[in-house]
Design a protein. Structure first.
Length: 189
């Protein structure tokens, strides 16, 4: 059985068998399909190597991390407390400078999940690693959908992070201080 994760509603939907084949083929083909279809639509005067290079630049720019893109992605996913999630990203990555972020594309310091669906590629440096930073956000979305989406107050959210998410006993205090100091709530109003 294959399920597809809906980024907007943070819900899994069962995929029919013929859609599953199409979905799996699309995931496997990835950038190669983009290159193929774009090269068909480009003028005959443009040589294929130039077209492929342009597509690769477009894909690289799309996958390039910026804080603005992360904030937009968090907003797009409709998390209940987006400023907390952005604060976690800042805290977990030391403001996007950590090795786990740079080499693993891991924004939230996530470990590879064993009891829920995830999109990580495995474990490296004792943390999950991803194809790109967006996959890390999607994996947090899966974590959120599995464990955090039913929490109704900010206090419950912080308590959950303290009890089940963070290894650092002062994690929540650090997170709250960072949210206040950097005025993160204002970014999501």
């Amino acid at each position: 059985m294959l399920y597809k994760f809906d980024k907007n509603s943070l819900v899994y939907h069962k995929v029919k068998w013929f859609n599953a084949i199409y979905y799996l083929m699309g995931a496997a083909m990835g950038a190669a399909l983009v290159v193929f279809f774009l090269s068909i639509n480009i003028s005959a005067k443009t040589d294929t190597k130039t077209t492929e290079d342009r597509v690769m630049v477009i894909l690289a720019e799309r996958n390039q991390f910026t804080c603005e893109k992360l904030i937009a992605k968090i907003k797009e996913m409709h998390f209940q407390y987006p400023y907390i999630i952005y604060g976690q990203a800042l805290l977990e990555t030391d403001h996007f400078r950590s090795r786990i972020f740079r080499e693993n594309n891991n924004i939230f310091g996530m470990k590879e999940a064993t009891k829920r669906v995830n999109v990580s590629l495995g474990t490296q440096y004792d943390h999950a690693f991803y194809n790109n930073w967006m996959d890390s956000v999607y994996d947090y979305g899966l974590y959120y959908a599995s464990y955090l989406s039913r929490l109704t107050t900010e206090n419950e959210y912080f308590n959950y992070l303290s009890d089940f998410y963070a290894e650092d006993t002062s994690y929540v205090e650090k997170l709250k201080a960072l949210i206040a100091r950097e005025k993160l709530k204002a970014l999501f109003n």
